[in-house]
Design a protein around this ligand. Structure first.
Ligand SMILES: Cc1cc2nc3c(=O)[nH]c(=O)nc-3n(C[C@H](O)[C@H](O)[C@H](O)COP(=O)(O)OP(=O)(O)OC[C@H]3O[C@@H](n4cnc5c(N)ncnc54)[C@H](O)[C@@H]3O)c2cc1C
Length: 366
């Protein structure tokens, strides 16, 4: 089939990879921005695969789809040659002593929501020190062993590399899609015809989805040479919830002229951490505010005093595409599939949502 994908962010890329696994399609990816994908929400994301922790605010369908995605991610990353871009070593959840009530409440809620959450382990001071020695200041916490993380920025970078090697893939960057119909893509250059068209434009699909909104998220990147936290770590707090996602200390293996990993010129011997993320009901994409920076960084400093000497190397802002119910939506008609509303769960959901959309759409009519 001759297939068009409008929007080459997270969902568009996962979709293209899935379609390429069967090898029998010609694929044209359209994006309004560059193929490096740096303006997609999928590029700003932490990439956490946290079906348990997300249960605090999400429905159990997110949990189920998330578990399926965790099964599917390793194969997708292998497909693009990103062998060290996936980790499933669990998440640590902790809090300061004065916020212990918050922590217990959070875990209690997860345990009430799904039976599988009974497997969440309670950590005392010694168990925390054994699991993550640099979290020694924390005396009480929890461990969610099944959760994982995708190196989101390298996923975006490696997928471009892969698409460029594929003869049956065309990447039309800087080509905004104005409108979609079954089998037809409208751009400033005219109308083009395909066998099937996919709409994965995220927030850019507002011209079609009147009820789509953006939810602002800000993140801070820091580098430190004397802190070694190896697992995503959540710090519960009554007002803001911080996570620290370790991203290792290098970008070896990225073979791109423009490298989304090392655009920050990483200092040798330093480890990089992504600190996130705010969640603000606004579509403002302007740089991070002073308040958000202060909240994220002061909470970070309390996790380990050496973070006080870490270097802030980047900050980013983006908006998560969401519907009122914060649930993902698939719309299928012959010749046109739309996937949107991945909200704060794009990495957690994309592989499973794409699989579902294909099974209910293009694969049913084939
Ligand atoms: C700060 C932050 C942290 C996050 N952390 C996580 C996390 O830890 N785990 C998780 O699971 N999820 C996380 N997310 C959520 C995740 O990033 C989103 O759910 C996901 O990126 C949405 O995927 P998408 O493909 O729909 O949109 P996007 O990734 O935004 O991609 C949309 C693409 O469409 C293109 N486009 C838009 N309009 C047009 C047009 N008219 N024509 C052509 N192209 C167009 C855009 O340029 C873009 O490339 C986070 C998000 C943010 C902002």
């Amino acid at each position: 089939m001759n297939i068009a994908i409008a929007g080459a962010g997270l969902a568009g890329r996962v979709l293209a990879l899935n379609l390429l696994q069967s090898g029998e399609h010609t694929i044209t990816l359209f994006d309004k921005d560059s193929k490096e994908g740096v303006s997609a929400a999928g590029f700003t994301a932490a990439g956490m695969l946290a079906p348990y922790a997300e249960l605090e605010t999400a429905e159990s369908v997110i949990f189920e789809l998330g578990q399926r995605s965790i099964e599917l991610w390793p194969e997708l990353l292998k497909q693009i040659g990103l062998f060290d871009g996936y980790q499933q070593k669990g998440t640590v959840v902790t809090a300061h002593p004065q916020d212990r009530g918050e922590l217990e409440h959070f875990i209690g809620m997860l345990r009430r929501k799904v039976d599988a959450a009974q497997s969440i382990e309670t950590l005392d001071a010694e168990a925390i020190r054994t699991l993550e020695p640099d979290l020694y200041a924390h005396r009480h916490g929890f461990f969610i062993p099944q959760e994982g993380v995708v190196d989101a920025q390298r996923f975006i970078a490696f997928s471009v590399n892969y698409f460029e090697r594929m003869e049956n893939v065309t990447f039309r960057e800087y080509t905004p899609v104005e409108r979609l119909e079954p089998g037809r893509v409208h751009t400033a250059e005219g109308v083009e015809t395909f066998d099937w068209v996919f709409d994965t434009r995220g927030l850019g699909a507002k011209e079609y989805f009147g009820d789509l909104r953006g939810v602002r998220g800000e993140v801070v990147w820091v580098e430190a040479n004397d802190i070694d936290i190896t697992r995503p770590t959540r710090l519960m707090h009554p007002r803001y919830k911080l996570y620290i996602v370790p991203r290792g200390n290098g970008c070896e293996g990225i073979d791109l002229e423009y490298c989304s990993e090392c655009k920050l010129s990483q200092t040798p011997g330093y480890k990089r951490y992504l600190i996130g993320a705010t969640e603000i009901e606004s579509e403002d994409m302007s740089p991070i505010s002073v308040r958000s920076s202060m909240e994220l960084l002061s909470a970070l400093y309390t996790v380990h005093p050496n973070f006080g000497e870490a270097r802030v190397v980047n900050t980013e802002t983006n908006c998560r595409p969401a519907f009122k119910d914060n649930l993902p939506r698939i719309e299928n008609e012959k010749g046109l599939t739309r996937i949107n509303g991945l909200y704060r769960h794009g990495y957690l959901l994309s592989p499973a949502i794409v699989e579902k959309a294909l099974n209910e759409g293009i694969r049913r009519v084939q």
